[in-house]
Design a protein around this ligand. Sequence first.
Ligand SMILES: Cc1cc2nc3c(=O)[nH]c(=O)nc-3n(C[C@H](O)[C@H](O)[C@H](O)COP(=O)(O)OP(=O)(O)OC[C@H]3O[C@@H](n4cnc5c(N)ncnc54)[C@H](O)[C@@H]3O)c2cc1C
Length: 577
Amino acid sequence: MISLPRRLAAPEPGWTTETDVVIVGSGIAGLTTALHIARHSQLRITLVTKDILAAGSTPWAQGGIAAALGAGDSPEEHFTDTIVAGAGVCDEAAVRVLVREGPAAVRELAQIGARFDRAGDGSLSLTREGGHHRDRIAHAGGDATGAEVERALVTRVLDATDVEVIEHALVLDLLTTPAGEVAGLTLHVMGEGARDGVGAVHARAVVLATGGIGQVYASSTNPSVSTGDGVAAALRAGAVVRDLEFVQFHPTVTWLGARSRGQQPLVSEAVRGEGAFLVDDSGTRFMQGVHELADLAPRDVVAKAIVRRMRERDEENMWLDARAFGEEKWRVRFPTILASLRGHGIDPVRELIPVVPACHFASGGVRTDLSGETSLPGLFACGETACTGVHGANRLASNSLLEGLVFGHRIADAIVRRLGDPQAPPVPGAPVATGPLLDDALRPRLQQLMSEHVGVLREAKGLAAAAEGLADLVAAADGQADLVAAADGPSAPSAAPAPATENWEATNLLTVASALVLAAQRREETRGSHWREDFPDRDDNAWRGHLNITLDESGSPLSTFERDFSGPITPLKGGKR
Ligand SMILES: Cc1cc2nc3c(=O)[nH]c(=O)nc-3n(C[C@H](O)[C@H](O)[C@H](O)COP(=O)(O)OP(=O)(O)OC[C@H]3O[C@@H](n4cnc5c(N)ncnc54)[C@H](O)[C@@H]3O)c2cc1C
């Protein structure tokens, strides 16, 4: 049994401040929550973010936001597509909330200033992506939806007088009362003056909106800030984390060679939505006959088909053919992707685009209810950090921006209702002991283990190798093995890693990876984005439910299976399929 830290090693807080609500993260989830609390209450809001405001995944989103906004579309049809993509483990009540409240939330986003692309008659211009049976993806700037949404929300939040924004503030751990309620957090601010270094924010509610976990893998579409800090902090504080094994690998990430590491350029599904298709090295369209939606099948289906074909043909990548668009369509509809591809020496107007699947989205996260509250009173989670249950085993394209938007509103409503007027926050209890940090020099080793053994294809032997490799990293953090010296050749034993940003992040990655591998080992079936080669079938009798992960007192990850599906999938009233 491995032992992960229950608190990150860090200097004791040198300063303390008080607020009503502290929100961690400045993507669509954090900004929406902050804005709506500010609009509907007098509560004091502190929004902290570890880099500049626009550093998360949100500004990278290309395709758009899904909602039943088009003529002839309905929340019922969006519900059915979401449930089908989720492969039997979506929380149906959460999906109902998403699809019913989605259209109004997107319209409101447009009202507060997000400039979505529009048709000649002024109506929203809608496109289609994998798994959707309707054109229902609203987009902006062609393929720059996330950047426009982030711009609009940041502008409004900076205008809101009750929101204090602290950039370059890395949240470390949650604070709790002796009764187990959340009472604030500790953070490290790279600032100047009174708020520099490690401090504490005492608060009556905390919202974790720290985004995804993509940096757990060697290559991902996620930016460098996506190190799973919120999931790791929630685990350390005792919260339940759910569905972590369901990591979505985006099928069409630009292949830049076997040595390329870190954030990789995405080619949005909307490119296939507009008519591009996949071919192998012989020019064969291999998605035809695999699924009724062919190149627009749900992401797990396309990613698996690509990996299968790569194996059959012994190739390192497959190809996307979008040459039929011509220069003009590429320039108007996908200017960002065009610039990115040309920047890497690929001209999609004349050439095939080399693609492979890469880690893209965490369907699981910190378990929440329909108000976004976690298993710890006063702790909320929103956006990619949360597991609301809307994605099940596989997220439907463009449902994640929508999730941050819809549940950001709900969390704001719950907090405003619960907290009422500004008041003094509770006093945190004595903190638990700290644990050792992982040296950031070992991050590439962790990422390599995860990419090699816990990627699109998984099986018991590889998962055991990953678990063993992670246990070695835990031992290295404990000082029982010197893997850094071993990696660099003979040298003197290295000192314990300093409490610093990169080592805190590496330790968070180790915590998240350990929980993810445990869940992937336990789920002995193939479902959605979790593909076990040794258990190739979906097994509803044994596995239709969720794997919950917690850390015990000593920091060992524990898994519990929660079966909560007894009947068939129920369509929304009036559902057509
Ligand atoms: C390339 C790409 C394309 C995508 N395209 C689409 C799309 O078209 N449609 C769609 O619906 N989804 C898309 N997604 C997914 C979607 O963008 C994300 O799921 C969504 O933006 C997540 O929003 P968020 O607010 O939860 O997190 P993020 O936007 O990632 O924000 C997280 C925030 O938390 C901060 N943070 C992290 N850790 C800490 C810490 N310890 N302390 C303080 N702050 C911290 C970060 O700096 C950041 O500000 C895409 C993702 C990527 C990467």
